[in-house]
Design a protein around this ligand. Structure first.
Ligand code: MG
Ligand code: MG
Length: 259
């Protein structure tokens, strides 16, 4: 039985969610050809600390940076590096904060300059599938309803859902129960109860669903080397409609990223 959060806890999670959302926007402003992912990591690390929080990914199970920076065929958990972003790349940025004892966790996939129409489609469908998942995150449903909503939407476009990784509960720990898979069957899985705080994060491949773990033990990559996209938001399960804690508004409303 997963314990729902109190409204006081939800307010602390909201503060984290807003900080993570703003951090992603700070990074997004600087995503461009010629920039290294290490430079972007530095921006986020500094922004998070300037706001009195700690980048929670740094040191998590030995992870070496504030952000996960996953380029093109890297699905998630990429290391920031000296890699220089180039026109047509896509960059998934996953950000976590620890503030007042609670966690924030959200992710966004940015285009680097102009991307191909096929890549644009992958990004759009992945993001839309996240909102389909959020629509299903209501009290009385189960985690399988979220997974089903994401999976059916994504597969209708011929894209595939990564099975090895999933969303999760969020609270004092970055990864709490329940697991929130991006595939599944309606009416199966953990019951969703009002006040549960969960991260929904579809990881979607342009080609086959198969992934492998890189030799560094972290980076998850597509076996067919085609692109993958990843978007993540934190929501509170409510009756009738989930309440979003994190948001992409800071990223999308500054006019730089066109949708
Ligand atoms: Mg994340
Ligand atoms: Mg997460």
């Amino acid at each position: 039985m997963v314990k729902p959060k109190t409204e006081e806890e939800i307010e602390l999670l909201r503060e984290n969610a807003i900080l993570v959302s703003k951090t992603l926007a700070e990074v997004g402003k600087r995503v461009a050809p010629g920039v290294t992912t290490l430079e972007l990591n530095r921006v986020a690390d500094e922004f998070i600390r300037d706001n009195g929080a700690i980048p929670s990914f740094l040191g998590y199970d030995g992870f070496p940076a504030a952000l996960c920076m996953s380029v093109n065929s890297t699905v998630v958990h990429g290391f920031p590096s000296e890699y220089v972003l180039k026109e047509g790349d896509i960059l998934s940025v996953d950000c976590g904060t620890l503030y007042k004892g609670y966690n924030g966790d959200s992710a966004y996939t940015f285009p680097v300059g102009e991307v191909s129409a096929e890549t644009r489609k992958l990004m759009d469908v992945t993001k839309a599938s996240l909102y389909k998942g959020i629509e299903a995150a209501v009290a009385g449903n189960r985690t399988g309803d979220i997974g089903y909503a994401v999976q059916t939407y994504v597969e209708s476009f011929g894209f595939s859902v990564v099975r090895e990784l999933e969303g999760h509960g969020l609270g004092r720990e970055m990864h709490e129960e329940p697991g929130v898979p991006n595939y599944g069957r309606r009416g199966k899985g953990t019951h969703l109860v009002e006040g549960m705080v969960i991260c929904i994060e579809p990881m979607i491949n342009a080609g086959d669903k198969a992934v492998y773990l890189a030799r560094n033990g972290w980076e998850v990559k597509t076996c067919d080397h085609r692109n993958a996209a990843h978007y993540e938001l934190t929501v509170v399960v409510r009756k009738g409609q989930a309440e979003q804690l994190s948001t992409f508004d800071y990223i999308e409303k500054d006019g730089k990223i066109k949708f």
